[in-house]
Design a protein around this ligand. Sequence first.
Ligand code: AHR
Length: 526
Amino acid sequence: MNRSLFIGSLMLTTIGMSAQNKANITLHVDDASQIIPTEIYGQFAEHLGSCIYGGLWVGEGSDIPNTNGYRTDVLNALIDLKVPVLRWPGGCFADEYHWMDGIGPKESRPKMVNNNWGGTIEDNSFGTHEFLNLCELLGCEPYISGNVGSGSVEELAKWIEYMTSDGDSPMARLRRQNGRDKAWNVKYLGVGNESWGCGGNMRPEYYSDLYRRYSTYCRNYDGNRLFKVASGASDYDFNWTDVLMQQVGHRMDGLSLHYYTVSGWDGSKGSATKFDANRYYWTLAKCFEVEDVIQKHCEIMDRYDPQKRIHLLLDEWGTWWDVEPGTNPGHLFQQNTLRDAFVAALSFDIFHKYTDRLKMANIAQIVNVLQSMILTNNDKMVLTPTYHLFKMYNVHQNATFIPLNINCEIVDLKANGIPRHNMKSREIMPMVSATASTDDNGFIHISISNIDLENKLEVTVDLGDVKAEKVTGDILTSKYVFDHNTFDNPNLVTTAPFSGAKLKKNTLSVTLPAKSIVTLKLECRN
Ligand code: AHR
């Protein structure tokens, strides 16, 4: 597959020396063939902090306006976002979750301690029905993460039967007793989560056997077809992928991977909102490193599965900062700045290139946890810069990826004094990132990020044979890169119409302000 290439000059000078940067982008529309699966824009919701309780779910009796117990404001914002797939109930929580505790009358559901996340008491009022009904309201695919670490084969097998069997089976009867007649459609099933860590501290050989055993009893009922996902590696653990490909092979439909943009230098993960230029550039370099990681896992998978029948699913990704001061350290509640939106933009630009193998990505997490779309506080809600970035990039969902080349300034991290904490491969990074696609209506969308904190960027886009007649666009930027939306000032960082792009024959000239991300729409003549 023709992936995007960076062709650039290696600048050993300090970033920001030139008052204006220039870049050229060449689109290869004739090579466009790979669809960007909608699932690349997937989400993840765990029983962690206030992701579920207070974030998605307040219950029918709440003073907070709700629709059958789901917060109406959050629900509407997520419907607007066009969420394609939602992973649940964890994360680490999934391997201690016993689904039968979360069905039936709420008052008789047993409570449990959420051992992974702050020891919070979980009352199980949000369970299987509440989750799958939410997916129906959002119009998204559910992605169930099954308990392998502390559960049993029988428990997982019965859960699948409960959700998807439409016949006169014991679990279908139980579901009906609990008020749901028709089976739900459940496609994606994770067989364990982080089985090398919180999901059981297993070795890949042992987990491979467990996967084979558990997945055998996860049956396809009444027309429902499960897509079974094996618990995959954490970032650089290439051996895990190798062993699973060898020992599980085509028994799995997909293999997961987790990669967080997380630092850990100076003994902390760093503040979400207070950071200097070095930490900003480190963040984006660490984010770029996901490409090296994806490439290596893909290379291993290609050796065993050259026909790419087994999908790679990056089912946890995003930034991980220190929690907001005064909040429970086990609840992972963090703010979200323009820097986080850059991480999302650069990540999508990379993900789009690997969709011949990478078929799903789920940012962690949807509300109030890590790199969220939405933050809530009692009855208040705020949309984060990452939410706005996702919405601006949604035009690429289900569109055909257009390979492109970027010729731009490329900086050497060491020469520019940018730390390489928690990084293994990346030594340079481009100062421009971009992606393009063409949709069913024939519109071409090009997203471009000017990473430079100080200087504007003049980009010339060579459109080849494309006959474009009109260009419009949106921009996401702010005065400071640490700007973020708060409950008192909820619209500081948001998208705005962009008029800095001009068409001349088959060339597009774009002027991007410093630290800005744009998505352009080209209307073309056939
Ligand atoms: O997303 C938070 C946690 O990160 C998840 O529970 C776990 O899978 C990962 O380590």
